[in-house]
Design a protein around this ligand. Structure first.
Ligand code: IPM
Ligand code: MN
Length: 357
């Protein structure tokens, strides 16, 4: 097959990790008889510097025409001024909205060889395999917001808003995924307080009972979920939740695996290209040092092959290579626990070496 992939390396360690993922994708393409045209475009802080816009028109146009988009990370202290005209994150929210990427899949799976890298006890994190579905184009992130005068100074408001349709489409996707896994779905909300959560509860209950009666389904309040995620993470299979709850819970969940540097994510909509990125941010503190862990981005490349190009075997080939490398004891600094570590580039080389066989 021939595929067009747009790479948005972004800021901080973004370019360093994206380059490794590009190399791995090209190798896999060659090995399985495909051709991938990977073209880079500016987005984030670097695009503010070069084009005055975190998501320049030509970048967005290229993404819309691509089969898939691979993103590094955006943001950094340079663009953090609250008074600035625009921010790197604005580009990220805009690309999600423009590409209709309403479903953010965040798998949280622990790797046996890294169990001791987690701040949590081994007996808790062993065998954890959760797939989060975070709603990505609604809720507080996109609801009406603003400021108005107030006797004490000002008043600011952000609105959490969801329609039946916005809830139904992501709940359906999460149900379909659960059917292919352990057939367990957990919906997380705050229905004891929020009206919008009560709509989530109503809509998901109806979809599950009418369309997916085989699923074991439960609802958990977001505050309890924060706790259960640390005390009994193995009990969860697929978890679906709204935008902000998903943002927070998946960062918490990432610690089960020990390092943010290991976790990929996929943002999907239908139809059109999906967007794939590591969960970690631009990590400005280590940018340019060549020590970032490229595995999350390499694994995002595997998700890209699976979800956007329908290349399951190719995706597994990358995932198996990462498993092997970890079993053999190769580590970047973030997962080395003070031991010997490889550079970003050397870790990329290792993946390539294993795939070449
Ligand atoms: C994420 C990030 C973004 C979010 C920020 C950078 C806007 O934290 O992808 O989880 O909150 O969605
Ligand atoms: Mn986040």
């Amino acid at each position: 097959m021939h595929a067009k992939i747009v790479a948005l390396p972004g800021d901080g360690i973004g370019p360093e990790v994206v380059v490794e993922a590009e190399r791995v994708l090209q190798l896999v393409a060659g090995k399985f008889g495909h051709t991938f045209a990977i073209e880079r475009f500016p987005m984030g802080g670097c695009a503010i510097d070069s084009h005055g816009d975190p998501l320049p028109e030509h970048t967005l146009a290229a993404c819309k025409q691509a089969d898939a988009v691979l993103l590094g990370a955006v943001g950094g202290p340079k663009w953090d001024d609250p008074k600035a005209k625009t921010r790197p994150e604005v580009g990220l929210l805009k690309i999600r909205k423009e590409l209709g990427l309403f479903a953010n899949l965040r798998p949280i799976k622990t790797y046996q060889p890294l169990l001791d890298s987690s701040p949590l006890k081994r007996e808790i994190v062993e065998g954890v395999d959760i797939l989060f579905f975070r709603e990505l184009t609604g809720g507080l992130y996109f609801g009406e917001s603003g400021r108005r005068p107030h006797p004490s100074g000002e008043q600011a408001y952000s609105t959490m808003i969801y329609s039946t349709e916005e809830i139904a489409r992501i709940v359906r996707l999460s149900c379909q995924a659960a059917m292919k896994r352990r057939k367990k779905l957990t919906m997380v909300d705050k229905a004891n307080v929020l009206e919008v959560s009560r709509l989530w509860r109503q809509v998901s209950q109806e979809i599950v009972s009418k369309e997916f009666p085989e699923l074991t389904y439960d609802v958990v309040l977001v505050d309890s979920m924060a706790m259960h995620l640390l005390s009994r993470p193995r009990d969860f299979d697929v978890v679906v939740t709204e935008n902000m709850f998903g943002d927070i819970l998946t960062d918490e969940g990432s610690m089960l695996t020990g390092s943010l540097g290991m976790l990929p994510s996929a943002s999907l909509g239908t139809p059109g290209p999906g967007l794939y990125e590591p969960i970690h941010g631009s990590a400005p503190d280590i940018a340019g040092k060549g020590i970032a862990n490229p595995l999350a981005t390499i694994l995002a490349g595997a998700m890209l092959l699976r979800h956007s190009l329908n290349l399951e075997e190719e995706a597994r080939c990358i995932e198996a290579a990462v498993d092997r490398i970890l079993i053999e004891g190769f580590r970047t600094k973030d997962i080395a626990r003070g031991g010997a570590s490889l550079s970003t580039n050397q870790m990329g080389d290792k993946v390539i070496e294993v795939i070449k066989g």
